[in-house]
Design a protein around this ligand. Structure first.
Ligand code: NAD
Length: 670
């Protein structure tokens, strides 16, 4: 513990170093160490100024979020930062903060308590607390406006995006950039300053922040709360402002949104741990990849690979399909170039990494082959039988199927242990989720390889077991069925979609069905084991040739802008009742159907843990992070209540939901 913060004297300068790897989080012990070091150096007559620097690769990347989680679980108390920050700010000798890497959240708050700040040109600073449902709670909302002005501080605290040290210099947060050795530069800077200039004594000019307020997302609590706290910096004296900030912070910390966002934050780490696949499981290095099928998904997957620097061959069976696929890829990259997300050079390099072809050239050298042909078992079996003949022995054979039996596909090869599902989501170059489907014979190094690949593509791999629709799509069908039934009973499609987007879903289910294709859902409905065929909407739209966006009409009508336009014809086609349906009923029926099916998926062992389902829905289906994912949300609402509503709706509760309700337990307790 005593090594978390060390201090030394370098001629006339005291140096405090923070050593809490990997990111120097302000875990308990660190603030206390800093405070003690400041007091010691302040009392040392040979020291005239102090430099605070982070050991290792960064300054201080933030508070220790684990400690917040402990507090929420009633197991710990909030780490006290203020005493350390006041010790710094009240120090009579100038304190210079030397920043490299990142100074985020508590890290920036610590830096702002210093009298001066210097930084490397590639450093970043920010107040990202809103991303986990919080506001800066150690003076960030009070000191930042005094350094950067109210408008800039409001923007940083409300949206949570970090800024570069160059921007921070321009904003007045940083006093000087240091090229070369940071510590030497900071010491030189410290020798030149005379006064201990306290941030809290700085003049604060009122500013118009109505623009920021206009951009607040109405469902989220923390951004508005952060703005209120920044405003208080203008109206209240510093000490009162700090108290006010503290009250708002506490309110946020104990909100359902914060708990959900912290859950979502840790959930992605949790799913990376698979109990029977230890960290040291060997992986096959992926240096070259191949994709079969240059359609929507094949093209997106090829881009994802190329973006990660992996050369990829993409094969289709006809030239026209290949040309269309490559044109789509080029078009996508051009849009990124136009949007400033890619350089001309970067675009060229990526396109050059993708080799379109009709034959099998180079497939024998591929480390992974990902199949993305039509969703037909016969076609997939044929493709896998063919690649079995060509691929090298240690090549991973992956299928992008969204519903089909991965074991049946594997059986078409002589090496089912090398076969795995890698279910990407559309658009595959953008969406972060990859459902990794382990078949009954898939060997562990193949699973570990798929997980490692997902990570190197900057995606989130969630390992699931084989079963119709796996986790995400299987749960989607009952959700979609309720959306259809609600329209049939009297709600308009736009009403159903709006109720769910108001709930926080990125997109309404019916608009989503139109985007993916009514034919896709119709085909799945035919095969879905539990769909009793109660809903007729999709079938009727399909029969009427309303296949969604691609035919200009589905649940909505579409013009060239692809904006959904309400269409009374749909009501004439599918409605068989005129019952008044409330928003609450829409949300409860759709979301509880999702949860009830989630309980079945969990019970069947297709999803390993409730948290895996949460991550799948957060990263692949636009479920709002501030609700933590469907299973976390279920626990928040209370399983007893959900169980009761499920019975009222006349559905059969999943056995696991029955059991947990009976025992008074939660999904999180499993
Ligand atoms: P698509 O129709 O856009 O593309 C399929 C491509 O495969 C076509 O270009 C076709 O010419 C080619 N193809 C067919 N048989 C082939 C063969 N034997 N050899 C070489 N090429 C062949 O389809 P898609 O939407 O990209 O879907 C591909 C797979 O991905 C399907 O299994 C689908 O279920 C799955 N998937 C689709 C989505 C989605 O939203 N579209 C999402 C996740 C998964």
């Amino acid at each position: 513990m005593e090594h978390l913060v060390t201090f030394s004297v370098h001629e006339d300068i005291g140096i405090i170093a923070i050593n809490n790897p990997p990111v120097n989080a302000l875990s308990s012990g660190v603030p206390e160490g800093i405070k003690a070091a400041v007091h010691a150096l302040e009392a040392n007559v040979s020291v005239r100024a102090i430099v605070v620097i982070g050991g290792g690769r960064t300054f201080v990347a933030g508070a220790d979020i684990n400690e917040f989680r402990e507090v929420l679980a009633g197991k710990g108390k909030m780490p006290a930062l203020h005493p350390a920050l006041f010790a710094i700010e009240d120090c009579v000798k100038p304190v210079v903060m030397a920043i490299h890497g990142t100074a985020l959240g508590g890290g920036l708050e610590l830096a702002m308590a210093g009298h001066y700040r210097v930084a490397t040109p590639d450093a970043q600073v920010g107040q990202p607390e809103v991303k986990i449902g919080l506001i800066p709670g150690a003076g960030g909302t009070q000191r930042l406006p005094r350094l950067a002005g109210v408008a800039k501080a409001a923007e940083m605290c409300v949206f949570g995006e970090p800024i570069s040290s160059e921007d921070a210099l321009a904003a007045g947060i940083i006093d000087q950039l240091v090229e070369g050795d940071l510590l030497a530069g900071a010491i030189a800077f410290a020798r030149n300053v005379q006064v201990a200039r306290r941030t809290r004594d700085r003049f604060i000019a009122p500013a118009d922040i109505s623009e920021v307020r206009k951009k607040l997302r109405r469902n989220l609590m923390a951004p508005g709360a952060a703005l209120d706290a920044v405003e208080a910096a203008v109206t209240l004296p510093f000490e009162q402002g700090i108290r006010h900030e503290g009250e708002i912070f506490e309110r946020c910390l104990h909100s359902d949104q914060c708990k959900a966002l912290i859950h979502a934050f840790f959930a992605e780490r949790a799913v990376a741990k698979i109990p029977d696949i230890p960290k040291d499981t060997p992986v096959y290095p992926i240096r070259q990849a191949a994709v079969i099928g240059a359609g929507t998904m094949g093209g997106g997957i090829a881009m994802a690979l190329a973006n990660a620097g992996i050369p990829v061959r993409i094969r289709d069976m006809e030239q026209a399909a290949l040309d269309r696929g490559m044109a789509a890829i080029a078009g996508n990259y051009k849009r990124s170039l136009k949007g400033g997300r890619l350089t001309e050079q970067g675009m060229k390099e990526r396109i050059l990494r993708i080799t379109p072809q009709l034959g099998w050239d180079g497939f024998d050298a591929a480390d992974i082959i990902i199949e993305a042909v039509f969703e037909s078992m016969a076609v997939k079996k044929q493709v896998f039988a063919e690649i079995d003949k060509i691929a090298k022995r240690e090549c991973v054979l992956a299928s992008n199927t969204s519903t089909l039996d991965i074991d049946a596909i594997a059986a078409a090869t002589s090496r089912p242990e090398m076969v795995i599902g890698t279910h990407f989501f559309s658009p595959a170059n953008v969406m972060r989720l990859v459902e990794i489907v382990r078949g009954k014979s898939t060997e562990k190094p193949v699973i570990a390889t798929a997980m490692a690949l997902a990570k190197s593509l900057k995606k989130v791999g969630v390992v699931v077991r084989n079963g119709f629709g796996f986790v995400g799509n299987r749960m989607l069908f009952p959700y979609m069925e309720q959306a259809q039934l609600l329209v049939e009973e009297g709600a308009t499609p736009e009403r159903v979609d709006r109720a769910l987007t108001d709930f926080g879903m990125a997109m309404g289910p019916l608009a989503m069905a139109d985007m993916s294709g009514i034919d896709v859902f119709w085909r799945i409905e035919q095969e879905f084991p539990d769909s009793a065929g109660r809903a007729v909407g999709i079938g009727k739209l399909y029969a009427a040739g309303r296949l969604g966006q691609k035919t200009g009409a589905g649940w909505y009508r579409y013009d060239e802008t692809r904006k959904p336009i309400p269409d009374p014809e749909v009501l004439a086609l599918v409605q068989n009742q005129q019952r008044a349906v409330s928003d609450r009923e829409i949300v409860e029926r759709c979301i509880y159907a999702l949860i009830n099916e989630g309980a079945r998926v969990l019970d069947a062992g297709i999803a390993l843990r409730a948290v895996d389902i949460d991550v799948i829905y957060l990263t692949g289906y636009g479920f709002p992070a501030y609700r933590g994912g469907p299973m976390f949300y279920a626990d928040t609402v209370g399983l007893e209540k959900i169980h009761e509503r499920v019975l009222e709706f006349g559905w059969k509760p999943a056995p696991l939901l029955d059991r947990l309700t009976g025992e008074g337990k939660t999904f999180g307790s499993l």
